[in-house]
Design a protein around this ligand. Structure first.
Ligand SMILES: Cc1ncc(COP(=O)(O)O)c(C=O)c1O
Length: 268
């Protein structure tokens, strides 16, 4: 990608030894935390939007649209503002107010809608058609995944080009986990990794909206859409109790946004 179009980058986010390791995990895993809240817009969404907006601009987009649960809209608004592209963000009305205000502060048009992110997706597609603006919805263009890949590259670099035994990661639309896995596969292919073993990828979803977790437990190949319910996000602790981890596993827990500051919630 031409450097001229790379308007904002993300920062390297710290990886630190977690004080709650050992005793509070029954399997005595060594727990590291990667704090993605240090990204310029406060969440890991900055990584995907940095590349997606840069590439959209390079390809001549006149404006950009996205549906969002909050953080992606704020990130798109920031990177679009930096690239001097107009942005339109469609967000369910019960999304966090901080994200809505953040997107507005960066100058995006923000439309609040009743319903879920899937409803916001339909509105975004319509706005994109009407205005001829580029639709940056999750997994509809390849560059958000390329941006999220940097989480995997950065992790490998921070650990001296070896990967941990397991990664615990909150998943919604899936760009983060798809991007990280792509990074590991590519590093492996390039021969940059010190071992051939790839990490166990453990996903976390909110209890109120967990289509992939449900599909996994039911042994299904494809997940069914979840019925409209309010979601909440305190789910990480559960996974450690059902033996996905082995004793001594080095595990990296991803905090994908700056909203999650009370680590105490995650030791329960
Ligand atoms: C803080 C945070 N974590 C995780 C996710 C899931 O993102 P994805 O699965 O699309 O990578 C989101 C998506 O909105 C988010 O805002």
């Amino acid at each position: 990608m031409n450097a001229r179009y790379s308007y904002l980058s993300h920062l390297q986010c710290s990886l630190c030894q977690h004080p709650y390791n050992a005793d509070q995990l029954e399997s005595k895993a060594r727990l590291l935390v990667k704090d993605e809240g240090q990204n310029p817009t406060g969440s890991f969404k900055a990584r995907g939007m940095a590349t997606a907006v840069s590439r959209a601009l390079e390809l001549g987009a006149r404006g950009v649209v996205t549906p969002t649960a909050g953080n992606a809209g704020a990130a798109l608004a920031a990177y679009a503002a930096r690239a001097r592209l107009p942005a339109y963000v469609v967000v369910p009305q019960d999304a966090p107010d901080t994200c809505i205000q953040q997107a507005r502060l960066y100058g995006a048009e923000v439309e609040l809608i009743p319903g879920l992110i899937s409803d916001a997706g339909q509105v975004s597609a319509e706005v994109s058609r009407q205005r001829g603006w580029f639709n940056i919805s999750t997994l509809r263009e390849p560059y958000r995944v390329e941006g999220k890949k940097t989480m995997g590259l950065e992790l490998a670099e921070q650990l001296g080009w070896r990967l941990p035994d397991a990664i615990i990661y909150p998943i919604g639309g899936g760009t983060g986990i798809v991007g990280m896995w792509k990074a590991f596969a590519e590093l492996h292919q390039l021969g940059w990794l010190t071992s051939n073993r790839l990490p166990k990828m453990i996903i976390v979803q909110a209890e109120g909206c967990a289509p992939l977790v449900r599909a996994f437990h039911e042994g299904l190949e494809e997940a069914e859409p979840w019925p409209a319910q309010k979601a909440h996000t305190k789910a990480a602790g559960l996974l450690l109790k059902i033996h996905f981890l082995e004793p001594g596993d080095e595990t990296v827990l991803f905090f994908t946004s700056s909203g999650l500051t009370d680590l105490g919630n995650y030791s329960q």
